[in-house]
Design a protein. Sequence first.
Length: 271
Amino acid sequence: MDLFSSLYPFVFCSLASGSSGNSYYIGNGDEGLLIDAGISSRRIVKSLAENGISIRQVKAILATHDHSDHIKGLAVLANKYRLPVMATPDCLKGVSQHPLTAELDKDLMQEIRTRKAFRLSGLEITAFSVPHDGMGSVGYHVRNSHASLTLATDLGVLTDEAVHFLKSATTIVLESNYDEDLLQNGSYPPYLKQRIRSHQGHLSNADVAAFLQQHFHSGIQQIFLCHLSQHNNHPELARQSAIDALNGCTPDAAKMLTVLPRGQRSPLFHL
């Protein structure tokens, strides 16, 4: 498949997004890849099929980091369908030591390096480091000839590197994990609230709004908000915060913004 042919579609869907599990599909033509496998293998296969995608079209799994809500189904899925698992060396080390993924066939592990692009299924993929308390945490920038997507989830602060790849994409998938008031007044213990707010934790709705106010430009065509907290956020709070930030920047703020569902798959989006 030719990376630079504009004839091939570029598609994206979320199979799950949130602290109870994360998995995303990005495809180009008749095949594609998964980013994370944080729900059961069976559910991943079923959710893909519901969007018209066979698991046989998946050619690899890219891992963002080694937390259980991103790797829960990884070993079973990769072993059963002989899928390469691609991640940074530190992430692969964490995966190999995690009780949920200790059975992953080591022959399926493939190391990738941050800021070093590689090609897969007609897509060019670049991993970039993000600050989080998982091992080898990264986001991913994926592109073909006519569109690009940057996924940045589980990061405590938007570094210059993350901002660079987000601004370079036509589609953004960005964590909007918590509302500050809900977190502050919620039932989480102080140490957990501090972890979430830290530079190794998660992004708030306000963090996302600040990014959009400062960096949005006309080349960004779609924005997906992901990894919303079940207890410390609400889809409408995240959505309205982002729309308020975009108002004045674009007349299409409401049309271009989607909050990805937590406990179910999204539709298949053509980018």
